[in-house]
Design a protein around this ligand. Structure first.
Ligand code: CP
Length: 326
């Protein structure tokens, strides 16, 4: 067990080794059990977390804030629009100054080709650990909760489980590519046979795909890419279909929208869910575009684990905060 996480940043999924992720999950299950029993677990008494958001959130904000309170500390919600960032506070100043006030800095900055650089720049200047609440490249806490949920359903040995990360149609907005990227990076490290399904224009960052392929080789897992959603779903143990924008090939809003509209048929409906294994699970990080990304009968159906998945954000994040901020 690797336990030396104190003071560490968590910005990319691979910042923690597989053994360190296993430690996080051990702690997360212990914290989940303690909360179920009503046992106190105030490992961060008198500690404070700054949560800096450049983008909207329901689950991430709620779970970090509740988690800090349950650990005996306090989380301060900071909306970028009500700071002096728009009047000149730089990433260096955010890191230097908030890093002196707080014991941890958590940041959501999803702007394409900017968010990850911004969070890393803050981290370079912060004496407190920096936690990535989602950027343009990674959503590492979502992925920890996803991994925890899959292990709850299938056991800790996930080798040879078929995990499908699929694009899906949505009309609301051109969503970040961070969730599928985190999934292909992390699930290959746990020996899953990962299938990435998307229309040709919705490719992920080539360097992330290369890393996922290297992980698959190292951990004797599978990693395949297809543009056939039905083929991907066949005999899957886990399906994780969600929308993302064609940011790698068409970062512009109008061009992106036109490409998304070509693929309205990429919905997870009952016919597609019936292609999966009998004990398969349907996952989504939420929010989902109901009726477009996924049929109500699927997201509210017996294979859906979306609320367990959302709950596990709380436990996984508390584990990382307790390990890095204590
Ligand atoms: N899944 C997720 O990150 O949800 P929020 O955008 O509501 O935080």
């Amino acid at each position: 067990m690797q336990t030396n996480l104190r003071g560490r940043d968590f910005i990319g999924d691979l910042d923690f080794s597989r053994e360190e992720v296993e430690t996080v999950l051990d702690v997360a299950w212990d914290l989940k059990r303690k909360r179920a029993l009503g046992e106190s677990h105030a490992y961060l008494r008198d500690k404070t977390l700054a949560m800096l958001f450049f983008f909207t959130s329901t689950r991430t904000r709620g779970s970090f804030e509740a988690g800090m309170a349950q650990l005996g500390g306090h989380a301060a919600f900071i909306d970028s629009q009500t700071t002096q960032i728009s009047h000149g506070d730089t990433a260096k100043e955010i890191g230097q100054i908030l890093g002196r006030y707080f014991d941890g800095l958590a940041i959501r900055q999803c702007d394409w080709q900017f968010g990850n650089q911004y969070i890393n720049e803050v981290a370079r200047h912060s004496r407190a650990p920096v936690l990535n609440m989602q950027c343009d490249v990674y959503h590492p806490f979502q992925c920890l909760a996803d991994l925890m949920t899959i292990q709850e359903k299938f056991g800790r040995d996930l080798r040879r489980r078929k995990v499908v990360v699929s694009w899906a149609y949505a009309a609301s907005y051109s969503k970040p590519i961070s969730v599928p990227q985190s999934l292909i990076l992390q699930m290959t490290r746990f020996g899953c046979d990962v299938v990435l399904a998307h229309p040709p224009e919705f490719q992920l960052m080539p360097e992330i795909v290369d890393q996922a392929r290297a992980n698959a080789r190292r951990y004797h897992a599978g990693f395949d890419i297809t543009d056939n959603m039905d083929e991907a779903f066949k005999d899957a143990d886990v399906v994780y279909p969600k929308s993302w924008g064609p940011l790698v090939v068409a970062p512009g809003k109008d061009e992106g929208k036109a490409l998304i509209e070509k693929y309205r048929s990429w919905i997870t409906d009952q016919r597609r869910i019936d292609l999966t294994e009998d004990d398969a699970v349907y996952m989504h990080c939420l929010p989902a575009d109901r009726g477009l990304e996924v049929a109500d009968a699927v997201i509210d159906g017996p294979k859906s684990v979306v609320y367990d998945e959302a709950e596990n954000r709380l436990h996984a994040q508390k584990a990382v905060m307790a390990l890095t901020m204590s």
